[in-house]
Design a protein around this ligand. Structure first.
Ligand code: HEM
Length: 344
């Protein structure tokens, strides 16, 4: 691929220049000049750099030189033994991530158009019941807003050049990536901190219950036609769909956070080149799953479940919403006397 060759050529030239200067090695200097000449020829479409360039051939064969760095692999210019990871990232992860986002948006938008929102059967009672403490509402948004920015900038970094390069040109794609990179780096930290807090604090709501399978069997009562119409399956504080979301978010979120921190702080974790390539591939793959679920979650909260959004705005929900969507939880807090109403 041309972009890969140009990137490698730039790497090669910069490493090669440093190498030659450091060692004042005549042979390396000659090889470097040959490399530069060959790269220039290749860039002008006059030849095949792999055949013309002895240094490049050696580099690709994994020949080792000298380096003052003690890091593993520092004596070879490139990771010549597993470029398949880069290939996976560009040819598999990038298109699937783009499809995950746009595909799920289109499918869900069509579903909402055909199905319509799930209305409250008894209408709004206008009596508000406490559902989330203020701290959880804050944690949710400190996690969610960076997460959305991470998805958008992550997509630009991973798939931008494949999706947009033909439309807007490589220079605009490069400018887009330069803007996306610092946003992606800085948003990672609030997302990771709030995400881990959410995982710890909300785990208690998300253990499986005997009625969860029935919830899935009737699609949560969100389907407005056929045999599903009017069904209100049992659900505790979190329904089975939210539990699936929570555990996917926890598992894939931890993969995204772990691999992201490894890449963000290489001087602390000192990953080998292979570990870095595995991390970048896992990071993208886990992001695909999270992205798909996030889109569904946002649709559910904003358009599909009438009255649902209020939970993460004020921390309170309408009493009829609690009865219809989380009856087991509502009955429990009512029976225990721990139900808290909003003062009017
Ligand atoms: C515009 C974007 C978003 C909106 C409108 C939204 C809305 C909501 C609402 C209303 C709830 C409460 C549901 C309930 O009380 O039953 C909720 C819960 C939750 N949200 Fe979001 N959310 C958004 C983005 C995100 C993102 C990006 C993430 C992940 C990073 C996320 C993760 C969660 C999780 C894990 C829960 C708790 C599920 C549970 O344990 O029951 N949300 N969200």
């Amino acid at each position: 691929m041309r972009w890969l060759r140009v990137t490698l050529a730039m790497l090669l030239l910069s490493f090669g220049t440093a190498y030659a200067a450091d060692n004042a090695d005549e042979q390396a200097g000659k090889a470097l000049m040959a490399a530069q000449a060959a790269e220039l020829q290749a860039a002008e479409g006059q030849g095949n750099s792999d055949e013309l360039n002895p240094l490049w051939v050696s580099v690709k064969e994994g020949v080792e030189g000298r380096s003052s760095s003690q890091s593993p692999g520092a004596t070879s210019l490139i990771n010549s033994y597993d470029p398949k990871w880069l290939h996976t990232r560009s040819e598999v992860t990038a298109p699937i991530l783009s499809l995950a986002l746009f595909g799920v948006i289109v499918i869900f938008a069509l579903f909402v158009l055909v199905n319509g929102p799930s209305k409250l059967a008894a209408g709004f009672s206008n009596t508000m019941v406490k559902r989330w403490p203020k701290a959880d509402v804050i944690i949710h948004w400190v996690m969610a807003i960076p997460c959305l920015l991470l998805i958008i900038t992550g997509l630009m970094l991973l798939a931008g050049r494949f999706v947009f390069a033909d439309w807007i040109g490589p220079e605009a794609v490069a400018a887009m990536a330069a803007m996306a990179k610092p946003i992606h780096d800085y948003m990672a930290l609030p997302f990771a901190v709030a995400g881990i807090l959410a995982m710890i604090r909300w785990m208690k709501h998300n253990w499986p219950a005997s009625y969860d399978l029935k919830w899935f069997a009737s699609v949560g009562g969100y389907i407005n036609f056929g045999p599903f119409k009017g069904k209100h399956p049992d659900a505790g504080f979190s329904n089975a769909g939210e539990k699936l979301w929570f555990w996917s978010f926890t598992i894939f979120g931890l993969v995204v956070i772990g691999s992201g921190l490894l890449m963000l702080f290489p001087t602390i974790f000192e990953p080998s080149r292979t570990t870095s390539l595995i991390a970048i591939t896992l990071h993208g793959a886990a992001a695909i799953v999270l992205t798909g679920f996030t889109v569904v979650h946002i649709f559910m909260a904003t358009v599909l479940s009438e009255g649902g959004m209020e939970c993460m705005v004020s921390g309170y929900c309408d009493e009829n919403w609690a009865k219809q969507h989380h009856n087991v939880w509502y009955d429990e807090i009512k029976a225990e006397g721990s139900i808290e109403y909003k003062a009017t």
